[in-house]
Design a protein around this ligand. Sequence first.
Ligand code: TZP
Length: 210
Amino acid sequence: MLEDMGLYFITDSGLTKNGAVEDSRIAIDAGVKIIQYREKSLGEGKRLEEALEIARMCRNSGTIFIVNNDVEIASKVNADGVHLGQGDMPIEKAREVLGKKIIGLTVHNVGEAIDAQECGADYLGASPIFATTTKIDAGEAIGPGAITAIKSSVIIPLVAIGGIQLENLEEVMNAGADGVCMVSATVGHKDLAERVHKIREKINSLRGKK
Ligand code: TZP
């Protein structure tokens, strides 16, 4: 299933026009198969409330639900998993809390990717592929070549993130990404549903070409 992620949708409270819950509903209706709730500004109560609602919608629609960073909230709302950064809780510790649930880890190079796989990560987020202003501390762009290098070093699925737009999507898919996260290109667009449909169509046609 994770090998077939396609567009991996991530909420963003800085860019949203409708709120994370409504954006998630729109994304699910437009066919997205995996959603990550990423919320850096709200207090814990509100985050839990939103995560619970998105978890419910995902459960009802067969969409995978991942919580960014917060293992406790992921566990409380019975999410399908968590996505961790290099500075977050170590995978082994998150595994103790989450058991068999999905754990994704952000990686920037082959070494981190191999370590993540050895520690039991279920998938990798390779970041940032291109320069991005959505996450200020994302670091230097690693380029599509890093996707190919990482993919040839590990067997777990890879989702590419950072600076991906419709114009460079083909390059990212051709480099070997199993999925793509596109935040400003989706949440930041005036018509989220139209954008999600368009991106998914493009991913499907690129996959068909392979
Ligand atoms: N993690 C690494 S880059 C990034 C995150 C959450 C933001 C990606 O946003 P955009 O707008 O698709 O570049």
